[in-house]
Write a protein that binds this ligand. Structure first.
Ligand code: FES
Ligand SMILES: [Fe+2]
Length: 383
């Protein structure tokens, strides 16, 4: 069945990665991070949108639950006037249909306690997992896969301490993912505060070799599935630019710190840059589909800490140094690129009209792998 989010004539012309183009609202049956664990407090439900679906989250006796924010009776959102008359239930403001947070079961109807509908129906309840201080939601219908299969390698390692932040960006999630995994876009960062501030080596770009050695797909059995960018090993970094024979128009930054040797992207849409932004830290960042034109940019940094004191020091450095210098200072360049790319792809003709060049081979491999190994496409019928 064709996904009605994208026009059939575009899908007919796309070659090689049709499911990826269809996945305008992301992939079904995957774990996505939604917010920090600290944002969901005991019995204070919050409404959010994920993969185009309205959802509600609540913490009850410490455990976080997630249900679809839509009454089965006439389809209104509970969140339009949220009513929780008992700890374990939510009641629809319109006719009093009342559901349990944990199972989604319709357990009572306040306007007709005798109704035959009671006990017969469930709203969708999505599995939730808290890991590394982050709330992950499994947006799926099947038995959830282990979280390890949907996060980059090493992210869940016990001694790795993660801190993060998130914000909404007005572009489709794929524009975010491809901006992150794009080997040629390092150019836009050349004047970043991080380059001088942390004295990193940052070329203007990469001239890759010809073949497939520039990337490697990893199809997870127990672990995640994704693509490793091997441009660092198989390309010549460009440190000086020339135009029509005029040399040294500009130069990259030959700093003392070598960072970002390994860049990889994983299903359902999370980038790993290692080491980054410092020589002993790693950046993991998600591009979480919210609507066709919005994604949550969920940035995290991880560092191996062995003692309490180290953890404390890392927390201070994260907030005081790395958020302003890297997650904002450096990555705000990326936000500009995403906002500017969005209109070209918004009606999906960009997938047909783009002209790619050699460093984009990694992106093409990501599209192929994501097309082939996702666990389902979010479509209108799920909304
Ligand atoms: S629409 Fe929710 S109870 Fe009627
Ligand atoms: Fe970037």
């Amino acid at each position: 069945m064709m996904n009605d989010l994208v026009s059939p004539e575009v899908l007919e012309q796309v070659k090689g990665w049709v499911p990826y183009v269809e996945a305008k609202l992301g992939f079904r049956n995957h774990w996505y991070p939604l917010c920090l664990a600290s944002e969901i407090v005991e019995q204070k439900p919050i409404a959010r949108k994920l993969l185009g679906e309205n959802i509600l989250l609540n913490r009850i006796d410490g455990t976080v639950f997630c249900i679809k924010d839509r009454c089965l009776h006439r389809g209104v959102r509970f969140s339009a006037d949220l009513q929780c008359h008992t700890k374990n239930t939510v009641t629809c403001w319109y006719h009093g249909w009342t559901y349990r947070w944990d199972t989604g079961k319709l357990v009572d109807i306040l306007t007709n306690p005798q109704s035959v509908q009671i006990g017969r129906h469930n709203i969708r309840a999505y599995p939730v997992q808290e890991a590394k201080g982050i709330i992950f939601v499994y947006m799926g219908d099947r038995e959830p896969t282990p979280l390890e299969q949907d996060v980059p390698p090493g992210f869940l390692d016990e001694d790795r301490v993660i801190f993060g932040k998130h914000r909404m960006v007005n572009s489709n999630w794929r524009i975010g993912a491809e901006n992150g995994f794009d080997g040629g876009h390092v150019y836009i960062h050349r004047n970043s505060v991080l380059v001088e501030g942390n004295d990193i080596a940052l070329p203007l770009g990469f001239a890759p070799g010809k073949g497939k050695e520039n990337f490697r797909a990893e199809i997870g059995d127990e672990g995640p599935t994704g693509v490793w960018d091997l441009l660092g090993e198989h390309s010549v970094p460009v440190f000086a630019a020339s135009i029509e024979g005029e040399e040294d128009i500009m130069r990259g930054h030959m700093g003392s710190k070598r960072v970002a040797h390994t860049i990889s992207i994983w299903l359902p849409g999370v980038l790993r840059v290692d080491p980054w932004p410092d020589t002993n830290t790693t950046q993991y960042e998600w591009y979480v589909p919210v609507s066709e034109t919005e994604h949550i940019y969920f940035q995290t940094l991880g560092k191996v800490c062995e003692t309490e004191a180290e953890t404390k020091e890392w927390e201070v450095a994260f907030h005081e140094k790395w958020v302003p210098m890297a997650l904002e200072g450096f990555n705000n360049d990326d936000l500009k690129a995403r906002l500017e790319t969005q209109p070209f792809y918004e009606d999906d003709r960009g997938w047909l009209n783009e002209i790619l060049y050699e460093p984009d081979r990694c992106i093409i491999e990501w599209r192929r792998v994501a097309s082939k190994h996702n666990r389902g496409i979010q479509s209108r019928e799920h909304l």
